[in-house]
Ligand binder design. Structure first.
Ligand code: AHG
Ligand code: MN
Ligand code: MN
Length: 326
């Protein structure tokens, strides 16, 4: 028997990190781990079962939903409704948030915001995709239905956040505000095992990641930054799945950019489902996240599907971008 720490063991061991913890957050994190194993199983069957391709509808953001977007959304919602620790969920795939009304969930202390399937355009071509989640303590009284107020909290209020990467192996990475830990799924035993304890990112990196098709639509400062990266012979890497690009840069050092453009004033990425959770992880690993002017986690959200420009990764690289945007 080899000594491995499973995700479930780790979560229970760390429960004492939270004063007055009752175990609800631990159970919630375990539910997320469980749901992600089901999505992992389905992702790995893509091509064999009828799960690739378009679902035949658009989400609120006018993006074509893929079958796996809808599947992952349903798996997480079902698992979390059953778990009863969250009283509501806001999902990138749903027009409005869901407020659970069943007896157990309405007592739930937390709300969750998620991008159930990130990198949709990569599903059908066997490229890494992910899930991103963000957990807040509810603002409203337990026993009542969740309201918008519970979801429109700045990222600084997150109690936990994380992502699952369905890649060459599947990983779950999360933080509860005391460091970042990564777990790799061992499919033979069906367990996430601690493989990346206390993840840290470097202050500087070699990698820059941006969809350079947007070069001419971007602010002069961003163009200058990209030109500079090339003069300095940095490495360009862009997968088009935020989770995968973020994860690589976190480990190797680098910066991910999704700027505002002349066509999309607030960029593309969503504050609640994508930017805040990964900002929390980045900061906990020693990195930085910003919209170019303001720390991402301090942006006051005014709507669920709010978008914002996003620069995340190694601290000095994000600092340099901020300097060029001034
Ligand atoms: P989603 O699949 O959840 O809609 O997110 C797609 C996002 C993100 O994952 C990725 O980095 C970015 O969109 C890619 O955008 P471009 O195709 O404009 O580069
Ligand atoms: Mn996404
Ligand atoms: Mn998505």
């Amino acid at each position: 028997m080899i000594a491995v720490t499973t995700l479930d063991e780790f979560i229970i061991d760390r429960q004492d990190d939270f004063p007055f913890a009752t175990g609800d957050l631990s159970r919630l994190l375990r539910d997320i781990g469980f749901a992600s194993k089901i999505v992992h199983r389905e992702v790995n069957m893509a091509g064999l079962v009828d799960i690739t391709g378009a679902y035949g509808s658009e989400n609120i953001q006018g993006e074509e939903q893929q079958k796996l977007d809808v599947f992952a959304d349903e798996v997480f919602i079902k698992a979390l409704r059953h778990g009863g620790e969250v009283c509501g969920i806001a999902s990138e795939e749903k027009d409005d948030f869901i407020a659970f009304e069943n007896e157990k969930s309405i007592q739930g202390k937390y709300v969750l915001a998620m991008d159930p399937l990130d990198g949709s355009s990569n599903i059908d071509v066997n490229v890494s995709i992910g899930t991103i989640f963000s957990i807040y303590r509810r603002k409203t009284e337990a026993g009542t239905k969740a309201t918008m107020e519970d979801f429109l909290q700045p990222g600084t209020e997150q109690v936990a956040a994380g992502y699952v990467l369905y890649g060459s192996s599947s990983m779950l990475v999360y933080t509860t505000g005391s460091g970042v830990n990564g777990f790799t799924l061992d499919p033979s035993i069906g367990e996430f095992c601690l493989s990346h304890p206390d993840m840290k990112t470097s202050n500087d990196g070699k990698i820059f990641s941006m969809n350079e098709g947007n070069y001419h639509l971007s602010h002069k400062g961003i163009q200058t930054y990209l030109d500079k990266c090339k003069l300095e012979e940095k490495t360009a890497r862009y997968i088009g799945s935020l989770v995968a690009d973020f994860h690589r840069n976190l480990i190797k050092g680098g910066v991910y950019l999704y700027p505002s453009t002349s066509k999309a004033r607030n960029g593309k990425l969503r504050l609640l489902y994508e930017c805040n959770p990964l900002a929390f992880i980045a900061e906990q690993a020693g990195g930085k996240a910003s919209d170019g002017y303001t720390r991402t986690m301090e942006i006051e959200p005014t709507e669920l599907h709010q978008r914002c420009a996003y620069y995340v990764g190694s601290k000095n690289m994000v600092d340099e971008i901020e300097g060029l945007l001034k």
